[in-house]
Design a protein around this ligand. Sequence first.
Ligand code: NAD
Length: 394
Amino acid sequence: MSTRPVLGIGVVGFGWMGQAHSRSAARIASLFPERVFDTALVVCGDNVAERREQAVSGVGFREAVEDWRAVVDHPDVDVVYVTAPNMMHEEIAIAAAEAGKAVFCEKPVGGTPDQTVRIEAAARRAGVITGVGYNYRWAPLVQHAKALIESGRLGEITNYRGRFFSMYGADPMGLLSWRFLVDEAGYGVSSDILSHAVDLAHMLLGPITEVSGTRETFIRERPLPKAGGTHYDRGQPGDPTGEVTNEDYAAAMVRFANGARGTFESSRAIIGPESQMAFDVYGTKGALRWNLETMNEMQVFLVDDDGRAPRGYTTVYAGDRYPYHGHFVPGDANAIGYEDLKVIENYEFLTAVATGEQHRPGFSEAVDYVSFQSAWLRSCESGAWETVNSIRQD
Ligand SMILES: NC(=O)c1ccc[n+]([C@@H]2O[C@H](COP(=O)([O-])OP(=O)(O)OC[C@H]3O[C@@H](n4cnc5c(N)ncnc54)[C@H](O)[C@@H]3O)[C@@H](O)[C@H]2O)c1
């Protein structure tokens, strides 16, 4: 019999992310034999009946409820996953923290910078472990990129190019789901996907000190959604439409604290890149490029010791010599997938919960992003470069 503590899992919002976290928590035992905890899927909250049914019959929760408060208040729940639309994060995450639960909130942790700041402060006051879903940090080759940069192998980093382009909103017949509405999502791509690109740069290069930003909404009307639809569903010509109330496109020029310069671009209404969460890092002795669309490959260009440049980039394939990869498949060039990153993320977060050590990225790193976002928003209005200051609440 196992003597590991069993962490009771509660999930609020059983859409894409709620399902991904639930399945991932359940897979940890088979993939990480060295774990110091076990998990139990206790209760799932969703306001759509079919999703509650799937949570119990398909994924193995003991029960499913309509009212999220029953998740937060459940005595067997130790960890609450907040995977509902962004503008619901604040109420649920603060209630969970005040109930003494560890809280994993999907990015961006609230729909506005003010909400993120209030959530972080409440969790800090409650003294609970927090986590945020910046899952691309955990890709084995991204971990390798970080090690290469820190080792100095790329020399001094001169510039960085980050982007997250997704076609999820490229079709004007794509439904007006919660992501396109300021009342339900808060900001648009700057919260939804630029946040991932900037968070990864924070991890790889450190803080950003100055930003110049711009934004646009290209598709201003969309068909109204049906119950249970997602941002990948489509309407029909003639369907009633509504107004898109947040941005489709966000871009920035930046200066990092370490002196490097950089650019970021993000769009959900773009044709071509389907899920291009990508970065390029350029240093005085080498360069790297990685793209989620080919997440098991990284392009590496290293100048020889005698200072001569080889011809072109070399492809490095992911494999069990890089962090975490061997937990899923042995050997080289046997691929892992998107949801495997959620398993790694949950393994690390739940290890922190079981050992009582704060997890990174937690709500503090979510505030780092919205501190950048606040300066970016000011710059979009002023047209000038703006300084990035921490907006963390004391
Ligand atoms: N880390 C990532 O890569 C990533 C990817 C996608 C989404 N996200 C984040 O995850 C969160 C959820 O996004 P998603 O794509 O899973 O959305 P989704 O629309 O697929 O799921 C949202 C779920 O919340 C439920 N819900 C809505 N109102 C509710 C209520 N009052 N009570 C209980 N449940 C309710 C919906 O029925 C739905 O099942 C967002 O914050 C989003 O930014 C993160």
